[in-house]
Design a protein around this ligand. Structure first.
Ligand SMILES: [Zn+2]
Ligand SMILES: [Zn+2]
Length: 72
């Protein structure tokens, strides 16, 4: 998997020669969101340019690759 330097979305470079989100091949909203478990409160963090906890407001400045899975 590769993270696009322009939109920070992750895609499979064996399937796409260029970022499918930037090229418009894939829609941004496809029913799945990455999530991460908050180390501070155990709540759920969502990716919004950085990781933000929906519960306690904790922020983590890693990358979208640093997720614990996807939620449908
Ligand atoms: Zn992109
Ligand atoms: Zn939290």
């Amino acid at each position: 998997m590769t993270m696009c330097p322009y939109c920070d979305k992750v895609y499979d470079e064996s399937e796409y020669s260029e970022c499918p989100y930037c090229s418009g091949e894939l829609e941004e909203e496809h029913g799945e969101r990455y999530f991460k478990n908050c180390h501070n409160c155990g709540g759920v963090m969502y990716w919004n340019g950085s990781w933000e906890c929906a519960n306690c407001g904790e922020e983590i400045n890693t990358g979208i690759d640093d997720n614990d899975g996807t939620i449908e």
